[in-house]
Design a protein around this ligand. Sequence first.
Ligand code: HGY
Ligand code: MN
Ligand code: MN
Length: 417
Amino acid sequence: MNDNTQVRVSAFVDEARLTDRLAAMARIGATENGGVNRQALSKEDAAAQAQLVQWGAALGLAPSRDAAGNLFLRLEGTDASAKPVLTGSHLDSQPTGGKFDGVYGVLAALEAVEAIVASGVRPRGPIDIVAWMNEEGSRFAPGMMGSAVFAGQRGLENVLAVTDANGVTVEAALREVREALRHVPERELGGPVAAYVEAHIEQGPHLENEGLTIGVVNGIQGKRTFAVRVEGEAAHAGTSTRAERKDALLAAVAMVQALADAFHDAQDVVKFTVGRFEVKPSAPSVVASLVEFSIDLRHPDSQVLRDLGDKVRPICEANAGVCAVQVKELSTAMSLEFPAPMRGLVRAAAQRLGLAHRDILSTAGHDARYLHAVCPSGMIFVPSHLGLTHCEAEFTSSADSASGARVLAEVLSELAA
Ligand code: HGY
Ligand code: MN
Ligand code: MN
């Protein structure tokens, strides 16, 4: 930044502009109950990316896309040789997602950069706004594909081969999105990054319950995800006896119950979720021949997560009975703590702006997990009304959205100085 860094770039954040853009994005993939269905690499995702590129163009930001489908908008600095500061989140949503998860971080980044431009302060290093490909992992599992490939934590080929429920590969879906954004130039995958900051909704009730505006995110709890496949035999519901059946549904139900019993803790810290449970042929008079279900297991203590996660396979096998079972671990990520200097920047900006804040652990996962492996990273939380998220009722107020963008603008201007 030049010598007028005392200019408070946050003063140029425009609450109405941010609110209008959040509302405009919410119309892309809008569901009838007030949420969004903008799943990764869908036409809605492509439309949201095109909208972001259009807003960036009005600001003179140069768009680019990498081979993993991550989208970037660059504000050039005065020193072209300096490593870029990255800021953003994701545009994809859950099938019945909310209007803020992910997209808030992308639009807060755009708002913060627009405030920096409006302030007249020139960053020394470039600032890249980023929309990571497939953070949510709903259509293509596991999530955080774009940031993991960018950070060299997952191979591009491995990701391109993943298919959705209809057998469409990430590679084929990426081609369609690339076609919709054919005017956006390609860029190298990865590359040096000076720092990464992600603004995100809390996805929990604590900030609102405590009357706070900003969460200084000190870390992200660990998470392990699995895909379980239980194979039995289809049989007639009226003529096949229990003794001769290989009922995949009853075996899968026994596995899920045994896992829930094993992971039950009185402190309610373990997070065990079976969100997807698919039965085939799913016909009322046919004994289930196949069940495929997901496991999402989380805990802030990495050793506990290791110990519990290592029980998944033996518990499934012990409850398979006469059926066959395959357990595949899709992702393994231990708990992490963001570096103190990054947390200090967020905390100091909140203090300067007179915003009530506290340190907070993220129990939700974020792309910042993978950036943390390659550069100093940090996160800024804003309150979620009633903690509601991954649902259509998700809400963050305009005032809180703007406050988060102000903190982000301050932090970015210091990082890119
Ligand atoms: O699942 C998560 O924690 C993130 O919201 N995708
Ligand atoms: Mn998110
Ligand atoms: Mn999410």
